[in-house]
Design a binder for this molecule. Structure first.
Ligand code: SF4
Length: 389
C-alpha cells in the first residue's frame, strides 16, 4: 500500500525526484481505513510503500479538503536526521499544530487494526530514522523486525558526491541503534537488515571501495542489492560528474562485494538453524509448482500476482482487488497431486527470510495466506528449510 509518492532528496545518481516529483503524503485516516478494509477482506500482512517511506509526515493544520475529503499533502524538506524526532518538533509542525509522523502512523495502524498481523514498510532513508520509529517498532509485536535501509557507500567522500546527506559513521551508528532496539534473537525476533550499494560511483578509489567493504561487513545485511554505477540521463551526476571508473574496475568491485555479501548471507542463514519462526505462507514453492505441471511462464505469473505489487515484493495481503486471484494461481500447481502426496510451501519470516517447508498436499491450500510456526532444520545462503510445528 503506497503511503507516499515522489522524493525530496535529490541523490545525484537518481532520476526519481525529476520523474515522480516532490513527495506527496496520503492522509493518515485514508491509510488506516484502507488497512481496515484489507483486514476485513481477510488480509493479514500489509507493506507500507514509499521511496523514503519513513519520511512520512502529515500536517493536519495545513490539510486541504475537497468535497469533504482530505487531500494528499506535499511533504517538506528538512535538514535534520539521526535524532529522536527527526523533525525536532515533537509531534507538531513547530507552530503547535498537530502532525502525524511516521512513528504515529505505525502506532495507529498497529493499535487500530490488530487483525493485520504483519506490518512492514520499505524503503527507509537512513537519515530520517528517529528513535521514535524504533521505539514504536520495539513495543509493537505485529510490526516486522526488518529494515531495508540503503547505505550506498562506506566512503564519506563518495556519499558526499552522491548527496546522500549522511556520513558513513552516522549510518553505522543508526544500524547499531536499530539493533539495540530491535535485535532479540533469544525471543525468536532477530532484526534483519538489507541494503543497497552502488560500486564504481565517479571518483571512487580503491580506498573508498575498501571502506564500502568494511561497511557491508559491519552492517551484516541479510542480503544486499549491489549495483554497478552507470550514469542515467536526467540525473545530476549524468550532467555534472564524469563517469571515470573503468568498467573493468566496476565489474571487479561488484564481484568482490558480492563475494563478501555471500559469506555474510550464508552465515546469517545458518544462525537460524534450530530457531522457530512465525512464517507467513505465501504459496507453493517454484519446485512444487513445477512438479504440479505448471510451465515457467505460469509460475512466473503466479509469483507476480501473489508477490508483487507496485514493482516490489510484497505479500498477498497487499493484492487488494485481486482477492482470490493469488490463492487460485498459487494452488494451480496442486492439480494432479494424489492423496498423501507432499508439496513444498514457500513463506517468509517477519525478517523477510525465505522459508521452504514440506506439507501434505491435502492441507496446503488451508495454510496458504496464514501464519504458521516453523522450526528451521537446514539453511543455505538464499533460503531456510524447516518443519511445521
Ligand atoms: S535514491 Fe532514493 S532517496 Fe535518493 S533521490 Fe532517489 S528515491 Fe530519493
Amino acid at each position: 500500500m503506497r503511503i507516499t509518492r515522489g522524493c525530496n532528496k535529490f541523490c545525484t545518481y537518481c532520476v526519481v525526484p525529476f520523474t515522480r516529483g516532490a513527495e506527496i503524503h496520503r492522509p493518515p485516516d485514508h491509510i488506516v481505513d484502507e488497512c481496515r478494509r484489507l483486514a476485513d477482506a481477510g488480509r493479514i500482512e500489509v507493506t507500507l510503500l514509499g521511496q523514503t517511506v519513513n519520511h512520512y509526515r502529515f500536517e493536519h493544520g495545513a490539510a486541504v479538503t475537497v468535497n469533504g475529503l482530505t487531500q494528499p499533502q506535499k511533504g517538506r524538506s528538512y535538514k535534520g536526521g539521526h535524532r529522536r524526532d527527526p523533525f525536532g518538533t515533537n509531534g507538531t509542525n513547530g507552530a503547535g499544530e498537530r502532525v502525524t509522523t511516521f512513528a504515529d502512523l505505525l502506532h495507529r495502524i498497529h493499535e487500530e487494526v490488530p487483525t493485520i498481523r504483519r506490518l512492514r514498510f520499505v524503503t527507509s532513508y537512513p537519515r530520517d530514522f528517529g528513535d521514535d520509529v524504533l521505539e514504536v517498532m520495539q513495543c509493537s509485536e505485529r510490526i516486522c523486525r526488518y529494515l531495508h535501509a540503503p547505505g550506498q557507500s562506506g566512503s564519506d567522500a563518495v556519499l558526499g558526491r552522491m548527496n546522500r546527506g549522511y556520513r558513513a559513521g552516522e549510518y553505522m551508528e543508526f544500524l547499531d541503534r536499530a539493533r539495540g532496539y530491535l535485535d532479540e534473537p533469544e525471543k525468536g525476533r532477530p532484526l534483519m537488515l538489507s541494503g543497497d550499494v552502488i560500486v564504481g560511483f565517479p571518483g571512487e578509489t580503491d580506498a573508498d571501495f575498501d571502506q564500502t567493504i568494511e561497511m557491508v561487513r559491519r552492517a551484516r545485511y541479510k542480503n544486499c542489492f549491489i549495483f554497478k554505477y552507470s550514469p542515467r540521463p536526467g540525473t545530476t551526476a549524468y550532467d555534472k560528474i564524469p563517469d571515470d571508473v573503468p568498467e573493468m574496475v566496476k565489474r571487479k568491485r561488484n564481484n568482490d562485494l558480492l563475494a563478501v555479501q555471500a559469506v555474510i548471507s550464508d552465515g546469517i542463514s545458518r544462525e537460524q538453524i534450530g530457531r522457530t519462526f512465525e512464517v507467513y505462507v505465501e504459496g507453493l514453492s517454484k519446485k512444487s509448482l513445477k512438479a504440479g505441471g505448471m510451465s515457467k511462464s505460469q509460475i512466473r505469473k503466479a509469483g507476480q500476482v501473489a508477490l508483487t505489487v507496485g514493482g516490489r515484493d510484497v505479500g498477498p495481503a497487499e493484492t487488494a482487488g485481486l482477492a482470490g486471484t493469488a490463492g487460485l494461481a498459487e494452488t494451480d500447481g496442486l492439480a494432479g497431486t494424489h492423496a498423501g502426496a507432499t508439496v513444498q510451501l514457500s513463506g517468509r519470516t517477519e525478517g523477510d527470510l525465505i522459508v521452504f517447508m514440506d506439507t501434505p498436499s491435502a492441507s496446503a491450500t488451508d495454510l496458504i495466506g496464514s501464519i504458521v510456526s516453523v522450526r528451521i532444520t537446514s539453511a543455505d545462503r538464499l533460503s531456510l528449510q524447516g518443519k511445521l510445528e
